[in-house]
Each structure stands twice: as structure tokens, then as C-alpha cells.
Design a protein around this ligand. Structure first.
Ligand code: C5P
Length: 398
């Protein structure tokens, strides 16, 4: 929780019955040393008075976008820049829809558009409004844009219904916010990550490959660098830009990837194999373009080296070796098999038969399996998941 000390937090409050809980939220944040400015929608002021939130935050409450006096004090752009995080709790269905549409029709939505800071929303609404496909689509859109969604919790609702839609308790919201300001948990650690597909040449113009976009590996590299690690990212051909403070090594084939992994990964603290390495390569590579004269063509393929399994048994073995298991059936069983067969410390398993997650998607949900346990990380943007993974790995290292 120490991570909140001296942080600038904008608490956005929208107009739902749970708005009264934002008083508790502001109080908790202040107790932990955060500086808090509250931005309310007009609807929110019907549920809780600005005076209450002003007294608890110790700062004037901001409500209007087009207000000369307010803009002369701290205008919407200054507020957006001031924030280290924007936390909207409660976030009503209407607020989520306006955020997803990128509207700027009140102060809170305008700040959400203008701020470079991470955004978290804690939805609260009637259970049918929550499960309505419109709300679900808005939530999916926001998650794709790396907005963190906290909850909602399930239980008895103000309207008498029982189901999902309750605001998560303020203390848990605060805990998630604090977690997002992770300390430099990997400061000084060496992390090596493989990402993307490999391409195995058939001739000078053709190759065998697969559908990996590299997004998960790149998100992992960014998260590790943000946590203070010295990161080397060994990537097959992808169309992604290199995260800040990450050393990037471009490779093409599985053989190239293995060579780079052995060179850079020997003795490192964490080695993560997020690449989708081609399992086989053509036994011979034609020096000239293969002509399409035959009706059938047969290629002789030979097995590629297993990069991660080689790293896991090398003399200067990385302290932790983490593999991925992209499965279409019996996910946990196959993932556990890989953990043992490849001598890994963790396997991160995901179900690639689902069209909403995995390959090419910005979202993923995974199970993290080690030799004694299995931890589910629920559906989230890949960058949020990457951060959670490294939090787990950092505590294992220490
Ligand atoms: O055996 P499978 O391809 O499902 O294993 C997936 C894990 O193994 C991933 O972490 C992947 O990066 C790694 N792998 C590898 N070299 C291979 C095949 C897979 O490092 N040749």
C-alpha cells in the first residue's frame, strides 16, 4: 500500500447509488498518503454532495467543464496532466458507454480522454444493465484500450436484485490501485524474453510460420522494464515497436532464436519463452525459388530445437524459466505435461480455441501453473496481465 504515498489520484464519481461509497474511497486514499482531487458528474451530485468529498479530499471538487472560474483555477488539461492515475468509482453504465465512445461531453470524460495516466473503472449498476450486451461491448472496448476494470462484485443490490453489479468494496479498490503502482520489484534483475513467430525458409521467397503477433511477449518486455529489469527481447518477425528501455534482438528462424537465447539468457534471472517457435523446418532449403510445375509437392521436415527446454537444462540455467502453453483442449493437463517435460518453473496456459483472447487479440486470460499450484489471472488487457505475472515472478525470486 506504500505505493500510494504522494501519488496524485483523480477520483471520478458518476451518478449511481454507490456514489456514497466514494466518500470512504477518498478517505482510504488520503490515509495512505495519496493526494486526491475529486471530479464528479452532474448526476453524482444528486447522490452525494460535493461538500462531503471536498471535506474528505481537502481539495475543491471539480464538476463543470465549461466553467470560467474552474478553468482559471485548474483546467481540464492541467487536471489530466496532474494525475498519476484516474480512478472512476462508481462507474455507471452511462459513464462506461461515454468512455467507450470517446465522448468529451463533461469534465470527467474529457479528463479520461486527455490524461496519459492509467485509468481504472469500478462499475456499479443493476445486474441486468451489467450483463446487457451493450455494457459488455463497452467493457471489452475499454479493456482493449488498457483500462483496468475492477469488479463488479456480486450480491444484493440497492434495487433488490441479487447478482453481479455491486461496487467492489473501497478497500479492495484501493488495494488494486496500489498494486498498479508496482515498486521497482525487478530492479537490477536480468530478464530475457522470446516473442513472436519464427519463419523457416523453404526457398528464397517462401517460409513456414504461424499466427503469433508477438503482442504478449512485447507486453511482457514492457512490464518487466517498467518494473526496473534489464530486458532483452528476442523476437521473430513482427510489426510491433520496441518498448522503452528494452534491448531488442531480431531473429528469423528457430535456430537463430536458440543461438540468441543462449547468448543473452545464460545465467539471467528470468527467461520467458513467449515465442511461438515453429516445431519443424524444411530439411533442405532450396537455393532457387521452387517452381509450381508439380500437382503435388512433398517437403521433408525436421524437428526444430526446443529453445526453452534447452535453456532449462543449460549449465548456466536462468533462475526461473517460464513457458507458455497455447492449448485448444485439456488445457491444464497439457500445460502440466509441458512443465515437467521441459523442466520449467512455471507454465502460463491459455485457451487459444476462444476467439476473444489469445493470438492477435489485445486481451488474454491465463492460468499460471507451477509444480504445486495453479493461479487464474482473469480476462484483462495483455499489458495488465504482464504486470501481474511479473509481480508473481518477482515475489518468487525474492
Ligand atoms: O511445445 P509447445 O510449443 O506447446 O511449448 C510452448 C512453449 O515452449 C512456449 O513457451 C514456447 O516459446 C516454447 N518453445 C520453444 N521452442 C520450441 C517450441 C516451443 O522455446 N521449439
Amino acid at each position: 500500500m506504500g505505493h500510494l504515498f504522494n501519488r496524485n489520484i483523480i477520483v471520478g464519481v458518476s451518478g449511481g447509488i454507490a456514489a456514497y461509497k466514494s466518500a470512504e474511497l477518498v478517505r482510504e486514499l488520503r490515509k495512505l498518503g495519496a493526494r486526491v482531487k475529486v471530479v464528479m458528474t452532474r448526476g453524482a451530485t444528486e447522490f452525494i454532495t460535493p461538500l462531503t468529498l471536498q471535506a474528505l479530499s481537502g481539495e475543491p471538487v471539480h464538476i463543470d467543464l465549461l466553467n470560467e472560474a474552474a478553468e482559471a483555477g485548474m483546467g481540464h488539461i492541467e487536471l489530466a496532466r496532474w494525475a498519476d492515475a484516474l480512478l472512476i468509482a462508481p462507474a455507471t453504465a452511462d459513464l462506461l458507454a461515454r468512455l467507450a465512445a470517446g465522448r468529451a461531453d463533461d469534465l470527467l470524460c474529457t479528463i479520461a480522454l486527455a490524461t496519459p495516466a492509467p485509468i481504472m473503472v469500478a462499475p456499479a449498476m443493476n445486474q441486468h444493465m451489467w450483463s446487457n450486451p451493450s455494457t459488455a461491448a463497452n467493457i471489452a472496448t475499454l479493456m482493449k484500450r488498457a483500462v483496468t476494470v475492477i469488479g463488479p462484485a456480486a450480491g444484493e443490490q440497492a434495487c433488490g436484485d441479487v447478482g453481479p453489479g455491486r461496487l467492489v468494496e473501497p478497500e479492495h479498490i484501493v488495494a488494486q490501485l496500489a498494486e498498479s503502482f508496482s515498486a521497482q520489484s525487478l530492479a537490477g534483475r536480468r530478464v530475457v524474453i522470446t516473442a513472436g513467430p519464427t519463419q523457416e525458409a523453404l526457398d528464397p521467397v517462401r517460409y513456414l510460420s504461424n499466427h503469433s503477433s508477438g503482442k504478449m511477449g512485447f507486453a511482457l518486455a514492457r512490464a518487466a522494464a517498467e518494473a526496473g529489469a534489464l530486458v532483452t527481447l528476442i523476437t521473430g518477425p513482427v510489426v510491433l515497436s520496441t518498448p522503452m528501455n528494452v534491448e531488442r534482438i531480431d531473429v528469423v528462424s528457430a535456430d537463430d532464436m536458440l543461438e540468441a537465447a543462449q547468448l543473452h539468457g545464460a545465467g539471467c534471472d528470468i527467461f520467458v519463452g513467449a515465442a511461438a517457435v515453429a516445431d519443424y523446418r524444411p530439411a533442405t532449403v532450396s537455393g532457387q525459388k521452387i517452381k509450381k510445375s508439380e500437382d503435388r509437392i512433398v517437403f521433408d521436415l525436421m524437428k526444430n530445437p526446443d529453445v526453452i527446454a534447452t535453456m532449462a537444462v543449460m549449465e548456466q540455467r536462468p533462475t526461473l524459466v517460464i513457458g507458455f502453453a497455447a492449448e485448444t483442449e485439456k488445457m491444464l493437463e497439457h500445460a502440466r505435461g509441458k512443465l515437467l517435460k521441459k523442466s520449467l518453473d512455471f507454465v502460463i496456459a491459455n485457451d487459444v480455441s476462444r476467439s476473444d483472447i489469445g493470438f492477435n487479440s489485445d486481451l488474454n486470460c491465463v492460468s499460471v501453473i507451477d509444480h504445486t499450484s495453479c493461479t487464474e489471472l482473469p480476462l484483462a488487457n495483455k499489458s495488465v496481465l504482464a504486470k501481474r505475472l511479473f509481480d508473481m515472478l518477482a515475489s518468487r525470486l525474492s
